[in-house]
Design a protein. Structure first.
Length: 254
C-alpha cells in the first residue's frame, strides 16, 4: 500500500515516540518526510536514515516549537527541500507530571507554550503554505485521551490537549474552503519518553494497564496507522474529527 504516494509530510517531535513512528510509516506509504526535533540529534538522524532506506527524501530541522519563529523556519526549510507541504502532523508535546497546589509557574508556562502555543503556530504556518499552494492538504494533531478526561498530576497538561483538539475543530471550519482537512488523534497511554519516568512506578503502570480492554498499554507504532489514515485520501471527507486510539480505555467504566 502507498497511501501517501508523492506526498510531502511534515511532523513535529519526529525524532522519538509517536512522531518517529508516524514519520517512518509515512515514508513506507510513499511520502517524503521532514521532521522537527528539539534535542535528540542522534535519534533524529536515525529516523532520517530509516526514511532514506525506503528510498524517500528526508529532512531533520532542529527547533523549539514554543518559539513562533520555529514554525516559519520548519515550513520554509521543508519547502526549500521538497517544494511544498501536503500533510502536517502536529505531534510535539511534553507532560512534566506535577501536583497542582505547588505547581511552579515555569512548568505551567513551558507546558502551555510547547503543547498549545507551539501547535497553534505550527498549524498556522502549515495552513498558510497549503493555502498558498492552492491544492488543499491534511493536518493531523496528536491530542490525547487527556483532552476528554483528567489527571491528578496533569492539571497543566490536560487543558493543552483539550485545546489542541478544539484547535483542530475550529481550524477544520476555517480551512474547509481551502480543502484542508484538520483532525485529531487521541492516544491513550502510549509507552514513550513522555511517560517513561511516570510509568516506572510499577503500581501505576499496572493500574493503567488494568483500564485497557485490549489488555496492554499502547506502543508508538499503534498511532502510525490512524495518523496515516487521517492524512490520506482515504479520509477525504473527514475533517473536524477526533479518533480515540486508546485500546478502549476511555469507555471502560466497569
Ligand atoms: C497522555 C495520557 C497518558 C500519559 C501521557 C503522558 O495524554 O495522559 O496516560 O502517560 O499523556
Amino acid at each position: 500500500m502507498t497511501l501517501l504516494a508523492g506526498k510531502r509530510v511534515l511532523i513535529t517531535g519526529g525524532s522519538t515516540g509517536i512522531g518517529a513512528a508516524a514519520a517512518v510509516e509515512a515514508a513506507r506509504q510513499g511520502a517524503d518526510v521532514a521532521i522537527n526535533y528539539a534535542t535528540s540529534e542522534d535519534r533524529a538522524q536515525q529516523v532520517i536514515a530509516d526514511i532514506q532506506a525506503m528510498g524517500r527524501k528526508a529532512l531533520a530541522v532542529r527547533g523549539d516549537v514554543a518559539d513562533p519563529d520555529t514554525a516559519q523556519d520548519f515550513i520554509a526549510r521543508a519547502v526549500e527541500a521538497f517544494g511544498g507541504v501536503d500533510v502536517f502532523v502536529n505531534n510535539a508535546g511534553i507532560c512534566p507530571f506535577h501536583a497542582l497546589l505547588d505547581m511552579p509557574v515555569a512548568v505551567v508556562e513551558r507546558t502551555f507554550r510547547v503543547n498549545l502555543h507551539g501547535a497553534y503556530y505550527m498549524v498556522q504556518a502549515a495552513a498558510n503554505q497549503m493555502v498558498k499552494q492552492g491544492h488543499g492538504g491534511a493536518i493531523v494533531a496528536v491530542s490525547s485521551i487527556s483532552a476528554l478526561v483528567g489527571g491528578e498530576f496533569q492539571t497543566h497538561y490536560t487543558p493543552t490537549k483539550a485545546g489542541v483538539h478544539s484547535l483542530m475543530q475550529s481550524a477544520a471550519i476555517a480551512l474547509g474552503k481551502h480543502n484542508i482537512r484538520c483532525n485529531s488523534v487521541l492516544p491513550g497511554t502510549i509507552l514513550t519518553e513522555i511517560n517513561r519516568e511516570d510509568l516506572a512506578d510499577l503500581d501505576k503502570r499496572r493500574r493503567m494497564e488494568a483500564r485497557v480492554p485490549l489488555g496492554r498499554l499502547g506502543e508508538a507504532e499503534d498511532l502510525a496507522g490512524p495518523i496515516i489514515f487521517l492524512a490520506s485520501d482515504m479520509a477525504q471527507y473527514v475533517t473536524g474529527a477526533a479518533l480515540l486510539v486508546d485500546g478502549g480505555a476511555f469507555v471502560n467504566l466497569q
